[in-house]
Design a protein around this ligand. Sequence first.
Ligand code: ARG
Ligand code: ZN
Length: 873
Amino acid sequence: STVYLKDYLPPEFLIDQVMLWFDLDETETRVRSRLELRRNPAAQSRSPDLRLHGEQLELISLSLDGQPVAPAGYLQDDEGLTVRQVPDQFVLESEVRILPQQNTALEGLYKSGGLFCTQCEAEGFRKITWYLDRPDVMSRFTTTICADKQRYPVLLSNGNPSDTVELEDGRHRITWTDPFPKPAYLFALVAGDLRAIEDSHTTPSGREVTLRIYVEPENIDKCDHAMASLKRAMAWDEQQYGREYDLDIYMIVAVNDFNMGAMENKGLNIFNSKFVLASPATATDRDFQGIESVIAHEYFHNWTGNRITCRDWFQLSLKEGLTVFRDQEFSADMGSRGVKRIEDVRLLRAHQFAEDAGPMAHPVRPDSYMEINNFYTVTVYEKGAEVVRMQANLLGPEAFRGGTDLYFERFDGQAVTTDDFVQCMADAGQRDLGQFKRWYSQAGTPELTIQGVYDAAQQTYTLTVEQHCPATPGQPDKEPFLIPLAVGLLDDRGTDLALRLAGDSDPGPTTRMLEISEPRQQFVFEQVPVAPVPSLLRGFSAPVKVRFDYSNEQLMFLMAHDSDGFSRWDAAQTLAQRILLQLVDDPDSLVPEGFVQAFRQALQDSASDPALLAEVLTLPAESYLGDQMAEVDVEGIHRAREQLKTLLASELKTELLAVYRDNEVTGEYRPDADAIGRRSLRNLALGYLMQLEDQAIQALCIAQYRAGNNMTDVITALSLLADRDIPETAELLEGFYQQWRDDPLVLDKWFSLQAMSKRPDTLERVKGLLDHPAFSIANPNKVRSLIGAFCSGNPVRFHAADGAGYRFLSDRVLELDQLNPQVAARMVRLMTRWQRYDPARQRLMQTQLERILHTSGVSRDVYEIVSKSLEHA
Ligand code: ARG
Ligand code: ZN
């Protein structure tokens, strides 16, 4: 049951109009549909029958052009319905029974607490009614909802509402009409007892749009940040891309049970409540930023996803990569651009590079899948965004904007491909991007090996760049990529040189976008007065790894002087990584004095941006360090990282205490870039200081916990305390629970910090927390915050040598797979990079993976991940 891109065929039928009637009820829901179908003139095949998708539907009635279809005229199976011998144009009406209250997969129509809600992307609509559930079938939807008025006073769907009609027996009814043709994955319905905050936005063309955020009554005071974010996103898209909203109403609904972050349904976004609700007391700086970015992401989808959608699911990155790129740029403009870039690169390197190097590696445009839900990956999203960013780098800002303008003009209202997008860029940039398209079709992270040679006599500096991309499953050999490589050269005082390449008439700018297209290339810079230190891949101009043989001194020089903030940070990371890996090999190896000195200088530099400084002073994560080793040394890495942190803390105690003191943020909580930066630096300093096991510092940490007027400071302090066997810890954890027992999002943090504790008995505690009344395996946020946090955020405990962590995860995966295959498949991924470990751990993980694979009734979602991870042994 593998689906291949090469097998794509246009649909045989189109649907011009859909009318839906929902009768919502506690015991069962009835869905009536009326589809106006006709043959697709562009179809390349013609069968006499109509084949519709549909799963878990109980058929009540079926008629064609008003006549009941006889039993011999149709055939129902597990995946759909075949209607035999249909005319070229007709109306098909059906009625089905579904059971949303039993839908634990959270796909299709389901209940979250007392609410009815939907999640149709990618293929959930087929669990609601019979349909051509594929993104290239776009239709106009009219949706009528009928439900008990008291339990479900609010009834929502896409588009514009009619008046509500009161019915007898306490029910009411409303009809929503969406004037824009859309694929079924953008359909949405919500019913429940909801409150809303309302605002409005006037677009440049003068449309007044009503903005509403719906939440459960107790959360009505936590929506302001989401609303403000939405308004900023709307204004930004108008300004930056010339895109404005196209309906009279834009609605967002927050629900507690949601598989992913949020969903861009036309005019009716449905969100995981984690990405809507915030107050200073309950949400961290990170939460505030996450809300702003996800609200923007879903809003931006209205043009990049909804108005122009995907031809098929292989093209997922057409909307996701582009929309992530747009939300990244939005966040960069709203906060600190430099810090945002570092955060995005850190995430890409930690997760996407790992994915690209493992058994699940796939191209940004995959060429096959078993279960499409398994391809909502960091590769499709984040690498996809980098692929868009590279096109912006190659074209420059004006031509790039010309390319997006052309894209919106050419393809509005259509379902298209990533090739169509690149063609717009090629046309706007007036250049061929044929080679560039390999970024969409070839998996793997390219590696650039770079050498620099200075010729004092000729005053030239020659960079030799070689590219190579490792094999990935199914792709042993790769063709060379077109890679934009931003470089600068620093002179001996750390000043950027004006760059002059052979053949240039004038010296150019100080950063140059070199285009790497061959396996090996040379670039000769002329009139270079001194041997320079090269600054490579400035701004992370391409998602590649760079190998350059820097000395420690050169890295410290870049750390201190590079004009590119990203490259300063990157030099610090490279140096820290080098030192840490040496400590893994030999705990007695010496930490270069210059490194401690560089940290000292950075801490004392009062002119530097606290947020950037916090990034520079953050050591590479354990999992990332593991990725740099031939074989992951779980314990060695943990020990080395703790060792270096403790060393820095003791050497720099005075400076860290000064930073802690000087960066206190007073006054009312505000999640602006400046305050966020100061809090993050201050909390980072506290983290180092807590390494010292010093009672005065522990008292400081407890005081911060008690005094904190914002969740960022409170949760940081509590996490640091939870790492240690301090007498107060148990009491503080219990107090925190009692304080927040009615706030599920805050409790998620409480679960996570315990799951990520460095204490040796963490797995036992996590097992205990599974039985805690506030935990529920049916809620994806709880699963992620307890099980996910332990298995991905606590490598040294998860990878315990006795295999207890692996057994724990596979037990949970099997339990979860019965309820929610999508989330189970996410969790099982955490064990799929088993080949990176020592033979004993490999065997332990393999045993668990095989046990899962051979469990009867395992979902297609989990099966695909586990079988692929075992296949490439
Ligand atoms: N399109 C949504 C977003 O990125 C993600 C929905 C994915 N859902 C899923 N079940 N695969 O904004
Ligand atoms: Zn998206």
